[in-house]
Ligand binder design. Structure first.
Ligand SMILES: C[S@@+](CC[C@H](N)C(=O)[O-])C[C@H]1O[C@@H](n2cnc3c(N)ncnc32)[C@H](O)[C@@H]1O
Length: 328
C-alpha cells in the first residue's frame, strides 16, 4: 500500500501535541523569546535553538509557514522538471525538518533523506514530528556545522530553507558551493524581504557560475532584471493560523501569508515557465493586469481583457507566483 501524501494538515496534527501541557501564556512567551533572539545579531557562534522549549516554540510557530513556502517553491520547480523525481534528498540547516515534509508532499514516496543541522534539540524534535509521516521513517538526523569544512554527500536534491540568513557571507558561499558540488538540483528559500532576495540572488549567481540552470522562479538563467535596491522578487504562501498564532499576534484571521524568495536550479535540462506572475494580479472590470518576469529578461505589465477569451478566464484564475500562460 502507498503511504498517504503528507499535507499541511498532517503536519499540523503532528505539531499539535508539542505544546501540550504548557500553559498557553508560557507557550506564547517561549515564541516571543524566540522571535526576540531571531531579531538579534546573526550569525551567532552557537545555535539559537538551544533546548526543547526553543525548538518546540520554533516548530509550533514557524514550521507550518516554512513548510508552505518550501512547498510552493518545490511545486514551481516540479512544473519546470515534470519528468524528474528526486531519488535522494539532503536538507542543510534542516532544523525540525520542514523541507523534508515539503519534499515528500511534492514527490510522494520514500527516498534516502539526510537532515543536517548544528542544533541537536532541533534534530531530536524533527525526528519526533516525522513519526507522523511514514515517508520520513528512515531520515538520518545528523549534526553538522555549516562552514568551510562542510561536506555534503552526493545526492539528487539539496534544500536550504531559511538558513542563509543565519550565516556569514563566507559560510553562505561555502554552503552554496558544497550544495552545487553534491547535488543535481538545489532549492534555496529565504524570507521574502529585500535582504532575503539579495541572498537568493547571490546564491543564484553562484549556482549559475557552477554550471546550473535556473528552473524557477526565473524564466531564464540570465541576470535578474530587477534594478538592485528598487524592488525585490518574492512570493506568498497561505498558511492557516493556529490558536498559538492568534495568541502571539492577536487578531482573529484564520490564515496569514508567508512571504518568501527562492531559487530552484538544476544541472540537468529544465523547462522554465515562459513568464512568471511576480505580483498579485489586479482584477479590474473586464480586464486583468499581470506583472510578469519574461524570458527575455525584463519585467513587463500585460493587460488581458475579455477579448482574449480563454486566456482571460485563465488570467482571472492566475495567482502571484504562477507560470504564465498556464500550461495546457
Ligand atoms: C530558521 S531555522 C530553519 C529551519 C528549517 N530549514 C526550516 O525551514 O524550518 C535555521 C536553521 O539553521 C540552523 N543553522 C544556523 N546556522 C547553522 C550552522 N552554522 N551550522 C548548522 N546549522 C545552522 C539552525 O540551527 C536552524 O535549525
Amino acid at each position: 500500500m502507498n503511504d498517504p501524501v503528507p499535507s499541511a494538515e498532517t503536519l499540523r496534527a503532528a505539531l499539535d501535541g508539542l505544546l501540550d501541557g504548557l500553559p498557553p501564556r508560557q507557550a506564547a512567551a517561549a515564541v516571543e523569546r524566540l522571535i526576540a533572539n531571531y531579531r538579534g545579531v546573526t550569525p551567532t557562534d552557537a545555535p539559537i535553538l538551544r533546548d526543547r522549549a526553543d525548538v518546540a516554540a520554533y516548530a509550533a510557530y514557524r514550521m507550518p509557514a516554512t513548510f508552505e513556502a518550501v512547498h510552493s517553491a518545490l511545486e514551481a520547480f516540479a512544473e519546470a522538471v515534470p519528468e524528474w523525481v528526486p531519488g535522494s534528498h539532503v536538507d542543510v540547516g534542516g532544523g525540525t525538518g520542514a523541507a523534508t515534509w515539503a519534499v515528500s508532499a511534492t514527490w510522494p514516496g520514500r527516498r534516502p533523506v539526510t537532515v543536517l543541522d548544528w542544533a541537536a534539540p532541533a534534530l531530536d524534535l524533527g525526528r519526533e514530528i516525522a513519526a507522523g509521516n511514514p515517508a520520513l521513517d528512515g531520515v538520518r538526523w545528523q549534526r553538522s556545522r555549516i562552514g568551510s569544512a562542510l561536506s555534503i554527500e552526493s545526492t539528487d536534491l539539496v534544500t536550504v530553507s531559511y538558513v542563509l540568513n543565519e550565516l556569514s557571507e563566507g559560510d553562505r558561499g561555502s554552503l552554496v558551493d558544497a550544495a552545487a558540488s553534491a547535488a543535481q538540483a538545489v532549492v534555496i528559500v529565504e524570507p521574502g524581504t529585500p535582504d532575503g532576495y539579495a541572498r537568493v540572488i547571490e546564491a543564484r549567481d553562484r549556482l549559475i557560475a557552477g554550471g546550473f540552470r535556473i528552473a524557477a522562479p526565473c524564466p531564464h538563467s540570465a541576470g535578474c532584471p530587477i534594478v538592485p535596491g528598487s524592488d525585490w522578487c518574492h512570493f506568498s504562501a497561505r498558511v492557516s493560523r493556529s490558536s498559538l498564532h492568534r495568541q502571539v499576534k492577536g487578531g482573529s484571521l484564520a490564515y496569514e501569508d508567508e512571504k518568501f524568495s527562492y531559487v530552484a536550479a538544476a544541472r540537468f535540462p529544465v523547462a522554465p515557465a515562459p513568464a512568471r506572475v511576480v505580483r498579485k494580479p489586479q482584477i479590474r472590470k473586464g480586464q486583468v493586469l499581470l506583472d510578469l518576469c519574461e524570458t527575455e529578461p525584463a519585467l513587463a505589465r500585460t493587460t488581458v481583457t475579455k477579448r482574449h477569451g480563454d486566456l482571460y478566464k485563465a488570467a482571472r484564475d492566475a495567482d502571484w507566483g504562477d507560470a504564465w500562460p498556464p500550461a495546457e
